[in-house]
Every structure is written in C-alpha cells, then in structure tokens.
Design a protein around this ligand. Structure first.
Ligand code: NI
Length: 262
C-alpha cells in the first residue's frame, strides 16, 4: 500500500473527475493521501476534501507565494484550522525565490510564524523551497528543535544539503523528477538518503513522472517513482513502497496515534 505524502486534489485540474480518480486511487493501492494547502482558500478546499474522504488527510499552511494575503486575523483563523481532527501537518510553508512573488523578508517572516505554529501544536512541517537553498536552511536552523519534524518536499538541492537536513531529522520528499533523464543531482541525493528517510510524493497535478511526463499527474503514477528509487537504491520496488509508507505514518500520524493510545 502506497502513502501519497503530497498532493493537491482540490486543484481545478481535477474538477471534472475528482470523485472517480480518488476512487481509483483507493482501488489501486493508495492507502492514504495528504492533501496540501497553499493559500487561505485552499485550506478550506483541502479540509473539505479531507472531511469527504476518510483516507484523505490535510496539511494546513500558506505557501511563500501567497503570504501577502496573511495578517494577524487570517493567521488566527489558520491556527484554528490546525485543530481539525484531519489536520496532520503545517504546510506547505517555506521560501520561493524562483517565482519571487513576495518580498524575501516577508516570506521569511511568515515562514517563521508558521514554523512556530507547528512547534506550538506539535505538528510536522511540509517545507517548500525553490531557489532559496541557503536562506531556507538558515531559517529552519533558527527555528529547529529536536522535537520539530517534517519533510523537505520536492527536494531540489545538493546531496550535501540533503545531508544537513538528514542530520536534523527531516525526511526528503521525492516525486516524479527522479524519473527524468536529466535529474542527475536528484539521483545522487536519492543514492545518499536512506529509504527510511524518503517520502513518496506526486505534488499532483504537477510533475508527472516518466512515462507520463507533461501530462496531469496523480497518485496512480507513484509506482513509477517508487521503481526509480528502487533502481537507484538497489532494492525491490515493494520494499520502497512498504518503507516509505511506514515513514509517512510515523511522520504524519505520530500525534494521532498517541492520542488514540491515551
Ligand atoms: Ni505542493
């Protein structure tokens, strides 16, 4: 059974066949899906999805491109949404200097506020970082405590940077890019990172793996990602699927399990 650790099924790309597709995901071995919000609006649509489908969980947070919409009032509202029984993470949060839509200092400010929120609520973080390698590492180091856990989603940096995140206890999110011929750096990262620290993700509707590159992505493509990782690690695809499923459950459901056991 596959754990999809990062999807955007509330995206309009799925408006015509969302029910059918999510039904198919369940039939074809996708055990759980974490739907990740990026804007205040998508926090609402993500939680609505999680309420509708028992196997879909929610990450609540505001993407660096969208932090211009945050203020104290909306941030208080965001915190309330973290109390939903289906919320399992704060995300996606981070820095994006590629699209560069918001001032860097503003991005850092709301990244720190959301990191603090995750720590306060004991939720893991889902980090988005694009062309902001040094600053993201610096901001995370500022906020880091041994209790803070999370995943660096759609990892796009060097093996040395991956090593720094591993040493702090973070997971590395690997998706469709690992199947691309020109993804040499990411393949080196996957060789370095133990399977025990990898999460499978699509970031769908984006970044479909080969042989479906360029098409709309969905969790049904995750076996291609698992197979590419398995080849690089020299293990069976089933092993990659089994271990990454355990990893995601440990990360996202740790607090829920603790509550159930109480
Ligand atoms: Ni995403």
């Amino acid at each position: 059974m596959i754990f999809e650790s990062h999807a955007h099924y509330d995206d309009e790309a799925f408006d015509l066949d969302r029910d059918e597709l999510l039904g198919k995901c369940q039939e074809q071995g996708i055990e759980y899906i974490v739907n990740v919000s990026a804007s205040l609006d998508s926090v609402k649509t993500t939680l609505a999805l999680a309420q509708r489908y028992p196997f879909v969980y929610a990450a609540v947070g505001v993407h660096p491109d969208e932090v211009g919409g945050l203020d104290e009032e909306s941030f208080a509202w965001l915190k309330e949404q973290c109390a939903s029984p289906k919320t399992v993470a704060v995300g996606e949060i981070g820095l994006d200097y590629y699209w560069d839509k918001e001032d860097h200092e503003l991005q850092k400010y709301w990244f720190q506020r959301q990191l603090a929120l995750a720590k306060e609520l004991e939720l893991p973080i889902i980090v988005h970082s694009r062309e902001a390698c040094a600053d993201t590492l610096e901001e995370i180091k500022k906020a880091h405590t041994p209790e803070l856990r999370g995943v660096i989603h759609c990892f796009s940096y060097s093996p040395e940077t991956a090593q720094e995140y591993l040493e702090m206890g973070y997971y590395i999110g690997i998706g469709g890019v690992v199947t691309f011929k020109n993804a040499k750096k990411l393949k080196e990262v996957v060789k370095l990172v133990p399977v025990e620290r990898i999460l499978l993700e699509t970031d769908c509707p984006y970044l479909a793996p080969e042989p479906n590159r360029g098409k709309r992505n969905s969790s049904l493509n995750l076996p291609y990602v698992a197979a590419a990782i398995a080849e690089l690690k020299g293990v069976d695809t089933d092993e990659v699927i089994r271990i990454t499923n355990e990893n995601a459950k440990k990360l996202y459901f740790r607090k829920k399990q603790a509550i159930l056991q109480d």
